[in-house]
Design a protein around this ligand. Structure first.
Ligand code: PLP
Length: 511
């Protein structure tokens, strides 16, 4: 009879053959604590399976091909089927998951994965992340997790200090840089309209004075997405940029003068996705502030460069902005999802996110209630792994990490540049390298795409194809803490092999 504690588990037969032996759930309901077994033993069994799986993953990673599995048929067979109608022994669940991992994990953790801007995970961050889950901390009000609320306060102060931002800058710890952009721009919207006597929180946007938004034409898609979600999609004007993707000051001045004193937001970038370029921060902020506007920077990965001497060169003027969106999951190598919205005017930030439902205990006083600074109610206490990583590395450790990745980027560029028919398109000032491959036949776009495909299939390393200035490119991003000089050299050798083979063959061809 399949009721109550006597329900049988689906996978008894399978679970019986598992390497960890007889399951305590055997003959019991899989949906409750097995009788006569201490609860911590129950956890120990499953967490040990997880730990073993994780350690195996880490050990195997250096020798795994760096490729993306192409077929999902076996994954679907293994994991899918009809919705589970009865419980399954948890060991069998994990066993299935571990087998699925062999079929379907992306290679993003590899030290030779240079695709998108992804990054790895510091062991201390992973360990702290596991504890965050074990503690099941939710982070809305102080009383839900004093630990998380206090860590948010502490990390806010540390980040502000490390990045050299204005002392009172507020922070929201979000699930992504996209959400951080949204929070910063929601604050900009409320603050600018407040200055012209319009309370957007009570009146909305119907009939509100229009806001002009000037955006770097290469700005990450998460910025226009945030603007549209905020009802600010009506007047987005792209700002002309130079070859690196940096806003040109002349056209910026012209665009600003066209706003005729109305509310205006300018969105720049610290770390362009292709070139790593940083906008001219100081003049951009000064120009926009001269007309009472708001300067916002998407600094998803680039903000970490502010911990290095680049703070006084490339990033000069960073502290003049009104808001910054960034994340810890890319360049700081903290597990996903860990973003941060930083706002110079803490009061404006707080007002834009204000929320006071009766059931949430938000005592006045000096304690922090994370929900007052962000969007979601139930939030993972993602500040815990962030704090652990900031503490282990310290400012000098982060600066060393950033400096090392910039050096790796220069190493790859120097190695590729020597090869006939290989062009480095960007000025390698940060951690991104843009490569283009030329073919004697003249079709460089097709050759670049063919080299990209062959390189990705070869499995030595992985980088993503993209377009820049209307041309096909291959882009490399250095953000994984485990990447070494040798990784770069192996990637370069594989890439050049593909390029040479394809270059001496008529188009199209494969490596
Ligand atoms: C990744 C990225 C984003 C988006 O951040 P998510 O955390 O993925 O939402 C925004 N801007 C830049 C430049 C990025 O690289």
């Amino acid at each position: 009879m399949r009721t109550g504690a006597r329900i049988q588990c689906d996978h008894h037969a399978k679970a019986g053959s598992l390497p960890w032996g007889e399951s305590p759930w055997r003959g019991q309901g899989c949906d409750r604590i097995p009788p006569n077994i201490p609860l911590n033993d129950v956890y120990r069994r499953l967490l040990t399976v997880a730990l073993d799986g994780a350690l195996r993953h880490v050990a195997d990673l250096p020798d795994q091909p760096v490729t993306v599995p192409t077929s999902d048929t076996m994954l679907r067979q293994l994991l899918g089927g009809p919705a589970p109608s009865v419980p399954t022994e948890p060991e069998a669940v994990l066993d299935t998951l571990l087998r699925a991992a062999e079929l379907g994990l992306g290679p993003t953790g590899s030290s030779r994965y240079f695709g998108y801007v992804v990054g790895g995970v510091f062991p201390v961050a992973l360990a702290a992340d596991w504890l965050t889950s074990a503690w099941d901390q939710v982070n809305a009000t102080y009383d839900m997790s004093p630990l998380a609320a206090v860590l948010e306060d502490i990390c806010r102060g540390w980040l502000v200090e490390m990045f050299g931002l204005p002392v009172g800058t507020s922070a929201s710890f979000t699930s992504s840089c996209t959400l951080a952009n949204l929070i910063c721009l929601a604050t900009a919207r409320a603050a600018l309209l407040d200055r012209v006597g319009w309370d957007v929180m009570t009146r909305g946007l119907n009939g509100a004075p229009p806001i002009t938004v000037l955006v770097n034409e290469h700005v990450h898609a998460s910025v226009p997405r945030s603007l549209r979600l905020l009802g600010l999609g009506g007047d987005i004007r792209p700002l002309v940029t130079d070859g690196e993707g940096r806003v040109k000051l002349g056209p910026l001045e012209k665009e600003i003068s066209r706003t005729n004193g109305g509310p205006v937001i300018a969105c720049g970038q610290v770390g362009e996705l292709h070139t790593g370029a940083v906008d001219p921060l100081r003049p951009l902020c000064e120009q926009i502030h001269a007309v009472g506007g708001w300067a916002h920077f998407d600094a998803a990965f680039g903000l970490w460069a502010a911990t290095t001497e680049l703070r006084h060169g490339l990033l000069d003027g960073l502290d003049l902005a009104d808001s910054w969106a960034t994340d810890a999951h890319k360049w700081l190598n903290v597990p996903y999802e860990s973003g941060m919205a930083l706002v110079a005017d803490a009061d404006a930030h707080r007002r834009a996110m204000a929320i006071h439902p009766d059931y949430l205990n938000q005592d006045a006083g000096r304690v922090r209630h994370p929900i007052q600074w962000g969007v979601a109610f139930s939030q993972r206490a993602r500040v815990i792994p962030l704090w652990a990583t900031l503490t282990q590395l310290g400012k000098t450790g982060i600066a060393e990490l950033v400096g090392r990745h910039c050096a790796l980027a220069r190493r790859l560029a120097a190695c590729l540049r020597r090869e006939p028919g290989v062009v480095i398109l960007n000025d390698v000032t940060l951690n991104q390298v843009l490569v283009r491959f030329e073919h004697p036949g003249g079709d460089d776009d097709r050759h670049t795409m063919a080299v990209t495909q062959a390189f990705q299939r070869a499995g030595v390393a992985w980088a993503s194809g993209s377009g820049w200035g209307g041309r096909a490119v291959l882009r490399f991003s250095f953000v994984n803490w485990t990447t070494t000089d040798e990784d770069v050299d192996r990637a370069a050798a594989s890439l050049l092999e593909c390029h040479r083979a394809l270059r001496s063959a008529p188009l199209p061809g494969v490596c």
